[in-house]
Design a protein around this ligand. Structure first.
Ligand code: CDP
Length: 516
């Protein structure tokens, strides 16, 4: 493709209409560096449609600078920026002037006001109106370009969180992909503003990434963070701290709870240059909870998802099924709780992995992997799964398996009862009709007979009812779970969507795979 640079909207739009391609859009303020180039490279590598354009915009947005900030001296060098962008794989550059973005001036257009609760954290606390300016210009740019995807860096984490929320609240159906902060060999995060630093300032500024990195190493070892120590280190190097905090990465509120994913973030002044940097803290590998009703296709996609991540796959339904099989096999009355308790106390339930995904389930050393899928087990399992002792026993076992993280677990109560602090919660569902069709295919494949799809649908609805209405750990969507309705989606589509959700909860900086 010919590499193009456009200044006016008219030229850009003409050209875009000829291309008839999906637009992958990377907005920048110019001053391009390897961090931007990484975004472009990743955007290209992870979007491999035949007809797509990687479009980079260069626009120094006056609305996001305070009145004493560096709007005037912000680096502007379109030809150098274009060279770097094209080298990284951009197809076109759009470098509009102010009136192209804001025809008639900014006061002729809607302005976005970011909720204070997000704006006034971290950088926004000192930079009044900054994120309002960012959000307003993003809306203008996407209105002109109509991209399929927006690519943003994790370096400006607060900006990323705000734009995600903006798109979600305004129902803007543009996917946002984010990629990790890039650093030079000394660990210094690339930023357009680094060009302001003198060589002696650069030496002092280096203490910022160094202190954060050391703090992270200490955290990984001892699970503690000493903010006072970091602050002294920064001050010793003549850096003026604007903020140095541990925050929840999504609400951006300060937190003392360092059990889940958190963000250690700092902004400092080095001379007159403002620098920001951060590091994520996480005590264990991610846990992903996939809940949902019968036949939603959980097993197939959860397995594939776990494989992509290289995580342990935990099918909790198989555990309830195995216990049910044992009860049937020993001819125990399913309502006789004390008998069931006695039997389970002495029985051994274990997964054996030929690989993480192709696992087999054994109860009392019998391989029941296939046996537990029989219609007989299926029709009785919900009755057994509602019993307190059974739930407590299996929940404990599941929690032990997930203790270290690095796990994708599927079931009914994973996000609510088993791993309420899971990092990613997905509630996977589909209409009962769709689920009955999928169940029929599955039974056919396994060689089981069934009377009709209508009966399967009835059976599925009954089981949903039992699972949702039981007293202990009923099937329900966790408040913080993302619902994915999979009607009309094939496995690949569902998997893609799950990876997208995963990536919106776990930054690339924390867990680099899988790609989109
Ligand atoms: O294969 P299907 O989606 O129909 O169900 P499953 O995941 O194998 O689970 C079978 C049954 O086990 C469910 O209907 C629930 O009654 C029970 N179960 C549960 O109570 N809690 C879980 N975490 C997983 C399954």
């Amino acid at each position: 493709m010919v590499q193009k640079i456009f200044q006016t909207n008219a030229e850009l739009k003409d050209w875009l209409s000829e291309q008839n391609s999906a637009i992958i859009f990377i907005p920048t303020m110019g001053g391009l560096h390897p961090g931007h180039q990484y975004l472009i490279e990743k955007a290209k590598a992870n979007n491999t449609q035949k007809k797509q354009i990687i479009l980079v915009s260069i626009f120094v947005n006056p609305l996001q600078f305070g009145k004493d900030e560096d709007f005037k001296k912000y680096p502007r060098n379109i030809s150098k920026d274009a060279e770097l962008a094209f080298k990284a794989g951009a197809d076109a550059i759009w470098a509009p002037d102010y009136f192209e973005v804001f025809p008639g001036g900014e006061n002729s257009h809607f302005k976005i006001q970011v909720p204070q609760i997000l704006h006034n954290q971290l950088c926004g606390a000192e930079r009044a109106g900054h994120f309002d300016g960012v959000a307003t210009v993003i809306i203008r740019l996407i209105k002109i370009i109509k991209p399929e995807k927006l690519i943003l860096g994790e370096k400006d984490w607060q900006q990323l969180i705000i734009i995600r929320k903006l798109f979600q609240e305004l129902y803007i159906p543009i996917k946002i992909e984010s990629y990790s902060t890039q650093r030079d060999q000394s660990g210094f995060a690339y930023s357009s503003r680094n060009s302001y630093l003198s060589s002696s300032e650069k030496i002092n500024a280096q203490s910022l990434p160094n202190a954060l990195k050391e703090a992270k190493t200490e955290f990984d070892k001892d699970k503690v963070i000493n903010l006072t120590k970091i602050a002294s280190r920064l001050k010793e190097n003549n850096l003026k701290i604007e903020y140095l905090k541990i925050v929840d990465p999504f609400s951006l509120k300060e937190t003392s709870n360092i059990n889940g994913l958190c963000l250690l973030a700092a902004a400092v002044k080095c001379g007159s240059t403002r620098l920001i940097d951060h590091t994520f803290l996480m005590q264990r590998k991610p846990i992903i909870a996939i809940d949902g009703p019968a036949g939603a296709g959980k097993s197939t996609v959860t397995k594939a998802f776990a494989k992509k991540l290289g995580f342990i796959y935990l099918d909790t339904g198989a555990m309830y099924r195995a216990v049910t099989w044992l009860i049937i096999n020993n001819s125990i009355d399913p309502s006789d709780q004390s008998e069931i308790k006695n039997m389970l106390k002495n029985s051994k339930l274990e997964f054996k992995n030929s690989s993480f995904v192709e696992q087999k389930i054994f109860i009392d050393h019998i391989d029941v992997t296939e046996k537990i899928r029989s219609p007989e087990v299926t029709s009785m399992v919900s009755e057994i799964a509602k019993q307190q002792f059974v739930r407590e026993l299996l929940t404990r076992k599941q929690q032990v398996i997930g203790n270290e993280g690095g796990l994708v677990a599927e079931g009914r109560d994973i996000g609510t009862a088993v791993f309420p602090d899971a990092d990613v919660k997905i509630f996977l569902t589909a209409s009962p009709t769709e689920r009955a069709k999928r169940r029929a295919l599955d039974l056919n494949k396994r060689g089981y007979e069934f009377s009709s799809i209508e009966d399967l649908e009835k059976e599925i609805k009954e089981r949903d009812k039992k699972d949702s209405e039981r007293k202990i750990a009923p099937l329900k969507k966790a408040l913080d779970a993302i619902e994915l309705v999979t009607d009309g989606m094939n496995i690949e589509d569902v998997l893609k969507e799950m990876i997208y959700i995963f990536r919106s909860k776990i930054p690339e900086e924390v867990w680099p795979t899988p790609n989109r």
